[in-house]
Every structure is written in C-alpha cells, then in structure tokens.
Design a protein around this ligand. Sequence first.
Ligand SMILES: Cc1ncc(COP(=O)(O)O)c(C=O)c1O
Length: 432
Amino acid sequence: MASSLRIWHPFTNFALDPAPIEIDRAEGVWLHAKDGRKIIDAVSSWWVNIHGHSNPRIASAIAAQARKMEHVILAGFTHEPAEELATRLRKWVPPQLTHLFFSDDGSTAVEVALKLAVQHFSNLGHPEKCEIVALEHGYHGDTAGAMSVSDESPFTDPFRSMRYAVHRVPSPYLYRRPAGTTPEAYLQHCVDRLTALLEEKSSSIACIILEPLLQAAGGMIVHPVEYLRRVRELCTRHDVLLVADEVLTGFGRTGKMFACDLAAIQPDLMCLSKGITGGFLPMGVTLCSDRVAAAFHSENRLHTFYHGHSYTGNALACAAAVESLRIFDDEPVFDRIAAVARVNTERLAQLSDFSVVGETRQLGTMGAVELRAEDPGYLSAMRPKLYRFFLDRGVLLRPLGNVVYVLPPYVISAAELHHVYDIITEAIETLF
Ligand SMILES: Cc1ncc(COP(=O)(O)O)c(C=O)c1O
C-alpha cells in the first residue's frame, strides 16, 4: 500500500510535467526549496502575492485573529475583521460600489457577480433579461459558470457540454488584429460589434463581464483605455450591468489600486480576490452598486440572494486583508509599484529589439513579451522549453504559451527584477 495519497497538482500533466519542487520556506520574492535551491517567484505565486512572502505584519495579524476567533458563520452573524475590511475597502473602491458579498476565490467572486446581475433583473420582474456578454480571450476561472464566460481554450475543451451559452464579442487584442486593418479600425470594430449586439438584444441581456484593461490568462493582452470607457457608455445607454473582473488587476497591479481607476470608470459590479489578502489566504469579494442591491431590498423572501459558501467572510482571511490594506496606508506601496513599472518599461524596450519578439506589453507591474511562434497559444511548444530554462536558472516564470510575462510581488528589488529580465534575455538569445 502506498504510504500517502498522491497530490494531484493543478494545471499539471501526470506524464509530461516534472515532479514538483518541495518548498520549505518563502521570504520576500524568494522561494527556498528543501533541496537548497533558491527560486525567485516572478509570478507572485499565481498572481496573489503583493507585499512579499511571509510578510511579518500579515502573519502576525492572522496569528492574533486565530487566537481570538477563527471563523463564524456569516449568515445572521458578523464580526470585527469583516466589518473593518468593509470600512477599509470603502476608501479604495469606486464610490458607486456600496455593497460587498464575500466568497472564496476569484472564480466564486465571478459566479456571485453573474448571479447577482441575473437575479437583479429577475427581482425587478424581468427574468428574460438574463443573458451574458463576454469577450474573446477572456478568462474568469475554472468553475462551471466562470468557465462559461471564459473564452474557449484548452482549459475548457473537455467541458463544452457544461458551459452555458454567452454572447461572445471580440477583444481589442490589437497585436492580433486581422491583416490589413489599423489598430484604430480594429478597436472601432470591437466597439461596433458590441454596440450592434446591445442595440439588438439588450432587452434580454443582464450584464457584460470583462477583465478591465488586462486580459491576463488569455495572454496578458493590454486593452486601450478607450475601449473600457466605450463599454461603460454602452452599458449605461442600454441598461446592461458592467461586471469588472478585477481578480488579477486589483490591489495595485496596474499602477492604480484598480484598473477601473486608470480608465476613470465605475462598474456596476466588481470581482476581487488574489491580492486582497496579500496572498496569504483565499478570499473572494463581489462588490455592487446601490442600484444592483436595491432589487434585493424586498419583503418578498424569493428576492433573497440564496448563495453562500461555508467559509464566507472567514475571520482569518479578513484579518489578513485588513492588514494588507494597512500596509497600503503605512508603507510606500505605490512607490514600490512605480519602481517595478520603471524596470518593466526599460527592459521591455530592450527586448523589443529581438526579431523573435512580436510585441511587448506592459500595464504597471505586469510586463509581457509575445514571441513569434508557429503555434501561438497556450499549448505552444515554446512553453515547456522556456519554463524549464527559467527554473533551471532559479526563476519561476510560467509563460502563457508563447507569451512570457513578469508579474512579481511589489517588494522585488530593482536588482532582482533586472536579474529576471537578464534570464529572459538569455532564453531569447539561446533558445530561438
Ligand atoms: C481575471 C481572473 N478572474 C478570475 C480568476 C479565477 O480566480 P481563482 O483561480 O482564484 O478561482 C482568475 C485567475 O487567474 C483571473 O485571472
């Protein structure tokens, strides 16, 4: 009999992928493996870590909360860490967003947003206004609903039967625009397609969901600010709710606290997760406006939002999130973000000189290089070669197929980030 259950690692092929590396300890941007290796976490451990691993302030806040009260059911009860988080978030989130619903992770924050949008119209007597619009190249998570609004990809391929239908509109992925069109014309085309859809079908559409300004898993695709502004205008004109999935872009990633701030727009619903607890504990949050919530302020029991997860509003996760926001208040977090962005800008400019580099893209702390590939996309043969090359040199990067990107914790030093870019440069020089 085997001595232990075999851990089934996410996004990992049993036959093709190398054995996992055992990490013993992590500090700042460094992962310390049990075999003595030191690895720079240049992807913030799936984009969650912002203030560095084992941040002592967040660690202490969680420990103190655990000694007092670890978790209590949030239906019919509340507690100080949840209330304090709601108060502290108020300062940062777009003012139109007034209500907060807790869940467990990015996918559940998305599920909640979509269900709130649909039930909002149902409660108002418009159950027919229940369809959803989503973008090509979008990614919103791996649960069935989040997978439905995500674009088709190798991740969703076996689950066609489980995905509900959505209206799919083009994404202003200007680098991959059709041959013969200008970036401006393609952007206009994307807006026109959405306009035509809403003009024809808005009476049956509840919401549009998108990753504002940065489609992450789809290939670190940066959208023009203009697109998001136009989507906001169209939603308002056609009474369709705008859901901003800021699961990745939230908490400073893009240079502002939220991507919506960069475009100076306010969504009707917003999904948060990943960086919310500084990367310590899972938590999802869905925010919505008074207008969305008003449809649930009803004496009809059937107008209740019957949704909740066991660990909703977990006190330890709330304590971590509160401390993370205190760090934003007390420490020069936006200076750190600006420093990361400066190195990204400098090094991406250098990388763009290589002939194998098709395009470089940046949004704040995210820097990406799209390599020219015969087989572009997540399953590009470039990916495993690059992944291994980086790891062999002590850098954790997880290319999205032929797109190599850097998305580090904000505490990475200039020297550490330059080192990451040196390794990327070496890979480009030697592998292709
Ligand atoms: C934009 C976006 N939304 C949702 C998710 C899903 O989050 P989770 O993996 O925490 O379920 C992700 C995850 O990468 C994401 O990037």
